[in-house]
Design a protein around this ligand. Structure first.
Ligand code: G3P
Length: 226
């Protein structure tokens, strides 16, 4: 499984990218809007932090295939690198996926709430499909269950598309998606930290440092002593 970061905050991306095994950054129009800055500058700043090879997922706003295609070409020309165009799973979006696939554009199908939407997007050429786990849970659905069904369908039909599970509100959802074979998850920086955090880990480290310090000296590293 791979981790991606679901934010457009460049400072948070810089910190998390430095610390964690992050394979990509995902954005959507809401996430971009929160930055209250120029759209292309935000994307170029992110690209500068993560480099050309790391995945960057950017959503098209159009609801007509021709508009989505225009945006995809503009974004590929302007931002470049390992770029995925996020396209919602509406009929015109599926049409855009089919046409963009022929042109070699990398596609993430988004706003997915059912396994059947994911299956059709994969058939249309999507490289990633993004089910919205927490938003499904919020309508009394089973977000992790949808991820498990998508994985089952992709395996049954030997499809190359990968799941990029999105919309998480807690660590348990991420844990369950990982167990369901979700290929990849995109989480906000706070959940990324929470995935690692444990008070007993901190307590253990404090104890090691204290015990070591009483014999070898406070703040001494193993490389400082004989
Ligand atoms: O980009 C899709 C997804 O990450 C949205 O998450 O938290 O707004 O449901 P959320």
């Amino acid at each position: 499984m791979i981790y991606m970061l679901d934010t457009a905050d460049v400072n948070k991306i810089r910190r998390a990218y430095d610390l964690y095994p992050i394979s990509g950054v995902t954005t959507n129009p809401t996430i971009i809007s929160k930055e209250k800055s120029e759209f292309i500058k935000i994307l170029k700043d992110i690209r500068e932090v993560i480099g050309a090879d790391t995945m960057l997922h950017v959503q098209a706003l159009g609801i007509k295939a021709e508009d989505i295609i225009k945006e995809a070409e503009y974004l590929n020309k302007t931002i470049g690198g390992n770029l995925y165009i996020k396209i919602p799973v509406i009929p015109e979006g599926i049409k855009a996926m089919k046409l963009l696939k022929q042109r070699g554009v990398k596609i993430t199908a988004t706003a997915i709430f059912t396994a059947d939407q994911a299956l059709m997007a994969a058939m249309a050429g999507a490289d990633y499909v993004a089910p919205y786990v927490n938003r499904i849970d919020n309508i009394s659905g089973d977000g992790v269950g949808v991820v498990a069904e998508i994985r089952e369908l992709f395996d049954i039909y030997g499809l190359d598309a990968k799941i990029l599970a999105a919309s998480f509100k807690n660590v348990q959802q991420v844990h369950n998606v990982a167990l369901a074979g979700g290929h990849s998850v995109t989480v906000n920086p706070e959940i990324m930290d929470a995935l690692l955090s444990h008070p007993l880990t901190d307590w253990s480290i404090d104890q090691f440092i204290n015990d070591w310090g009483t014999v070898y000296g406070k703040d001494k590293l193993s490389s400082d002593v004989k």
